[in-house]
Design a binder for this molecule. Structure first.
Ligand code: ZN
Length: 501
């Protein structure tokens, strides 16, 4: 390893400033969340990462028949981890392997099968409300079509898959009203295909996905430029909804809401949870869908109209990404175990687990939320009361503030009047609270902020029932035939070139 100048965390933190947090939501402290954070073990994450790297390559088009090498063996290993975890919770996990054949610029012309390995922990009272954590199992080399050479992908994204498995292990010891889904996707590097599969699977199951937490490159805190920050995780969120119509955009542009998508308010929720439950570990919100010109498996969720964020490490080392393992002029290239800081990864995993648990314990955010108060001295928020909520909190903040600043309890009513708070001067939102004080993310009023799914609409205003093309269309390609969970059955349409496992 080449020695690098190390910039102190304090200096790195000073390179940007997190706005001072007043009392961001959720407001109550829940001891189980501290226990959940405490149960995450760096040693488990290390063991998973070593096992995944041990398959040599996990390229999407690598062998599926070998017992020791390739994507097939890696998929079976992940499924075995989920099965072991399930044995420890009276079979609380259902394991499914949704698959579909895709073609595209980074796929064979005839297509190849992409398969996700997914564990489902059904909610006890609101199972259709779903929180999904994703990471991608597949890895790549400098040549994205090279499916045979070693591609360890220790950080991108074995670290993320390790976080998914550890989150399942810890949260399987609890029961939640909502459903938790743990997904190890494939096909990410070839065109976000595994993300498309799990997002479409969610649609076809009729799931109300309240949040997708996509963990992609979450184990390295040393930038290739020497900047080192083990105390921060970046959470990327889109500002306005992918599927906004022109009319909705015109309304939002005039009245505000351009920084209050449900994905953004999910990021705010995570920032507040980190401050309350993690030790010296902070969320740096980035007001973008992803890094510049880059993408990840949260994007297919956004395209399906679900709230989603991407978690990515504080600093990246580009020499370790998408590179053949080698030494050139003394520089180490390649994504190897030595580039993963497992104590850092443990903190990211704690944030995942605490966020999933808090979301799943809390009621869903309010529905049909609206705000009134034009030409008035008071602001009125109204919503449809839900039996799952024992009460509501009204929140507001300066229009230039990044985090919610002020709160007023609204009881169990379906509206609240904020006296002498002028609608023109603030952004407003409402969270739902359970009888035990578990609080949902804050929702911004109207379409711009609604957590309800916003499917893509056609010119006639009706949902377009299609698989949405990736933003990165040149890689996108498309599905060949129906998916494994659709009809006809998978065996009838699998191309002969594609293995199975
Ligand atoms: Zn990745």
């Amino acid at each position: 390893m080449v020695s690098k100048p190390v910039v102190s965390a304090a200096l790195a933190a000073a390179l940007y400033s997190t706005a001072a947090l007043a009392v961001p939501p959720p407001v109550n402290i829940h001891p189980p969340l501290r226990a959940i954070a405490g149960a995450v073990k760096a040693s488990n994450l290390h063991a998973s990462d070593v096992a995944l790297v041990g398959f040599g390559t996990r390229h999407t088009l690598s062998t599926t028949t070998s017992k020791t090498r390739g994507i097939g063996a890696a998929r079976r290993w992940v499924a075995a981890q989920f099965e072991t975890i399930s044995k420890g919770c009276d079979g609380c996990l259902e394991i499914v392997k949704p698959a579909q054949v895709f073609t595209g610029e980074r796929m064979p012309k005839a297509g190849a099968e992409v398969m996700d390995v997914v564990a489902i922990q059904r909610g006890t009272s609101d199972p259709n409300r779903v929180i999904v954590i994703t990471a991608h199992l597949d890895s790549r080399r400098t040549d994205v079509m090279d499916a045979t050479g070693d591609a360890p992908g220790a950080n991108d994204d074995a670290a993320g898959v390790a976080a998914v498995i550890e989150t399942a292990r810890v949260l399987s010891q609890y029961k939640f009203p909502a459903t938790l889904v743990y997904s190890a996707d494939s096909g990410e590097e070839q065109g976000l295909f595994g993300g498309k599969i799990i997002a479409q699977y969610a649609v076809d199951q009729g799931w109300n996905v309240e949040a997708n937490l996509n963990n992609d490159m979450v184990g390295n805190d040393h930038g290739g430029n020497g900047v080192f920050d083990p105390h921060t995780i970046r959470v990327f969120s889109e500002g306005t909804k992918t599927n906004e119509t022109l009319q909705q955009a015109a309304y939002r542009r005039y009245h505000g809401g351009d920084v209050d998508s449900p994905s953004r308010n999910l990021a705010r929720y995570m920032q507040a949870l980190a401050e309350q439950y993690l030790d010296n570990f902070h969320v740096r919100m980035v007001y973008r869908t992803d890094r510049w010109g880059r993408s990840g498996d949260q994007v297919p969720f956004l395209e399906q109209g679900f709230p989603a964020v991407r978690l990515s490490e504080s600093n990246e080392d580009y020499a370790r990404q998408h590179q053949n393992v080698r030494i050139e002029n003394g520089v180490h290239y390649g994504d190897v175990i030595a580039g993963v800081d497992f104590d850092y990864l443990a903190n990211v995993t704690r944030l995942d687990a605490v966020t999933m648990a808090s979301l799943a314990m809390a009621p869903p955010p309010p529905s049909q939320l609206s705000v009134q108060g034009a030409v008035a001295y008071d602001t009125t928020l109204s919503w449809q009361a839900s039996p799952a909520a024992a009460g509501y909190n009204a929140w507001w903040r300066e229009t230039t503030a990044s985090q919610w600043q002020h709160v007023q309890k609204a009881g169990d009513a379906d509206s609240v009047v904020l006296k002498n708070i002028i609608l023109d001067d603030y952004y407003f939102g409402v969270s739902a609270v359970s009888k035990d004080g578990w609080e949902s993310p804050v929702e911004f009023p109207g379409f711009a902020g609604s957590f309800a799914r916003s499917p893509k609409l056609g010119a006639d205003g009706k949902p377009v029932n299609e698989r949405y093309p990736s933003l990165f269309g040149k890689w996108g390609g498309g599905a060949v035939g129906p998916a494994s969970w659709q009809h006809p059955p998978a065996a009838a349409r699998r191309p002969p070139s594609s293995g199975r496992g």
